[in-house]
Design a protein around this ligand. Sequence first.
Ligand SMILES: [Zn+2]
Ligand SMILES: [Zn+2]
Length: 146
Amino acid sequence: MTLFPTLLYNTHMKCPRCENKVLCEFENEGVDFDFCDQGCHGVWSDHGELAYYLETEKDLPKSRDFESDGIGSEMACPRCETQTMIEISYLPDQGPDIDLCTKCGGIWMDFKELGEIQKLAAHLDNGGKIERGIKSLFAQLKSRSR
Ligand SMILES: [Zn+2]
Ligand SMILES: [Zn+2]
């Protein structure tokens, strides 16, 4: 386990939250996350990466019909660029709203949302893995945030 995120390189992806900031890629326990190092400290996870990292079946703990449950987000997907994401709560009707791209399945989480997800996971059935994983990720991001 690394103590500090290793910034591998600047990606070509723009932060969906900040104007003119490029995401950096870093590795945390075998998974590459894209992170807004110079701006809002939000984090991007490609489809399946969060599940792989958390050792869960899906990126989100409960599957839903995203098309009908989500509301339009003002942010464009950093991966697909022209695709607008949707806002959807982390759990059905519960937790912070994360942004999801229905085209590529990637997820954007604001920095403060990670802390809320960590707290929420503590109350989930089998949420221990999620709580630990998010805690580790959050700690890494915090160590970089000034
Ligand atoms: Zn940003
Ligand atoms: Zn996308």
